[in-house]
Design a protein. Sequence first.
Length: 161
Amino acid sequence: MVSTQRQWLVLYTKPRNEKKVTERLTEKGFEMYCPLIRTLRQWSDRKKKVQLPMFPGYIFAHVTELERAQILMDQGVLNFVYWLGRPAIIRDKEMEAIRQIAESGEDIKVESAGLEKGQLVEIPIGPFKGMTGIINKLDSRKVIVFVEQLDCMVSFRYSLV
């Protein structure tokens, strides 16, 4: 049975398409949210305060399961962010906290924790959960970790939220 309950999900967009995608999908009747922060940008001839997405490449959608497929049809949407094989759900209280931070008007800088090749990590899921290894390869959805204790490579999906 398909759920008709609305949940906040995270969308991954093409680079620099967050505002445009939010605008297009809002015009189509979807409840979208792209938290913006004001930041000072410097060019060679001037400084200017501009509004940029708080989370570059990500926006939020308050949708049902049926609406997910319609949203993926937008040209600027790459995919939903997944966690453990299901779309990542943001709780209402977390969305409210994000809104309060974005609307506070304070200078905010959000940086990805970022995974890098050669980084020592702990495997978060699966039968190798808790073991540590070194990232051998990573792409936008999968990490391959070399686990020295087992002399093997372990791969798993991840998402940065």
